[in-house]
Every structure is written in C-alpha cells, then in structure tokens.
Design a protein around this ligand. Sequence first.
Ligand code: ATP
Ligand code: MG
Length: 235
Amino acid sequence: MLEITNLTVAYGPIVALDNVSFSVADGSITAVLGANGAGKTTLVRTISGLVRSRAGSVRLDGRDISRLAPEAIARLGIGHVPEGRGVLAELTVEENLRLGGLSRADRADRQAALSEAYELFMPLAQRRHLPAATLSGGERQMLSIARALAARPRVLLLDEPSLGLAGRVLTQIMARIKQLVEDRKLSVLLIEQNARSALSVADDAVVLSLGRIVAHDRAQRLASEEGLRHAYLGF
Ligand SMILES: Nc1ncnc2c1ncn2[C@@H]1O[C@H](COP(=O)(O)OP(=O)(O)OP(=O)(O)O)[C@@H](O)[C@H]1O
Ligand SMILES: [Mg+2]
C-alpha cells in the first residue's frame, strides 16, 4: 500500500503540492486529475524520488521512502512511465526493454519479461532490433510502458499514457494493466488529461487544483458529480 501524507513540494517560491494526503490500496487504480499545472507530474516525480519534498512523507507498506534515491525506490518496486516518454533513443527497442528488466535477478524471468512485452505490443516485436529513435510517437509510448512493466513493479506511476496513442491501442493497454492490477495486485496511479476515460478505468480518483486536493472519492461517484466535473474536469 502506498501512503502519501501531508506532502508539500515547492520549486523555489512556487508551491506545486500543498499538504497532499491520500493512499492507494494494493490492486487498485487511482486516477490523478486536474488542469495543467495542478501538480500531477510533481506528485509522481516526488514519489519516485526525482523531486524532494519540503514536508510530509511517502510510505510503501509503512516504510518511509521519501528520502531514498530514485534507484532505491525503483528497486522497491515503484515503476514510473514519465510524461513525454523517456526512452533511450540510441538504444534498440530490445535494449530498452532489457534495461527495464535489469533489476530482476532471475535470467528466465528477464526473458519472460521480454516475451510478455512483445506479446502485448506487436509493433515492438517487429521493431525489436531498431533504435528507439526510429519509432513513431505512439510506439515510443508503448516502449516506455513496456519497459516499466518489464521490471514487474508493485506500483506503477503512469504520467499521461494516452499522449499520442490511438484510442484502440490505449484501450488495449489499459485492459492489460487492469489485468495486472487484478492478477498481481499491482497498484496504479494514472495521470490523465482525459478525465472521462480515466474515471472509467479507475477505482478511485483524486482531483488536484493548484497543488491541493479538491476531491477524493470512488471514481464512479466523482464522475457523477456534475458541479465538480464542470469546475475541474472539463466534461
Ligand atoms: N522544475 C520546475 N521548476 C519550477 N517550477 C516547476 C518545475 N516543475 C513544475 N513546476 C511548476 O509546478 C507547478 C506544477 O507543475 P506540474 O508539472 O506538476 O503540473 P501538471 O499537473 O503535471 O501539469 P500538466 O497537466 O501541464 O502536465 C506548475 O506551476 C509548474 O510551472
Ligand atoms: Mg504533467
């Protein structure tokens, strides 16, 4: 279980997260919604140790991870698919996937991770020996997600995975992620601009506005609140 308590993050004078608290249960998807600049990316970058909080804590199964280095946090099972993809352009598709699976001790297990990735994303299988630089935007997004999954994370942080993906591909990816949530008790934080589609797959949702939580509820319930939808979610 991932627990965020009184988290405050500032970039100089700009307070990007202000006293944010919520938790994500094992085997559930929590959507993080809000306008541009609301603090969504800051939240996931803080959880994965790339940004340091000013106050508050991030706990994984009761252990405070908020002062650990990003690589230690990744080793504990927190996978991060960053906004704007972040694959290594000079490496081939397969090399990127192997990097993702590096933390897995067992060789057979690492091989299985590769096969799973190719099974999930056919375009990656066909392009396995090509540099990631040659991939289309959507294919790069697939690679970024596949690389994070190759590490078999317990918690997956997805920062706008829909960016550049065709609706059908996104539906496939979300179906696969939902399956992992159920089978492996994976927990997911899903950041999305498209609130409607995020609420349709999420169990819970958090709405951020100017760094503060303005709503936190079951996703279905939030989707039915007209005032909130108009004020913060744009649908
Ligand atoms: N490295 C940084 N230095 C200074 N300010 C930053 C930095 N990163 C983010 N900010 C500011 O913090 C606030 C929150 O930004 P953040 O990227 O977390 O928003 P977001 O909700 O992910 O927005 P978007 O939907 O546009 O991706 C914004 O006001 C942004 O300008
Ligand atoms: Mg962002």
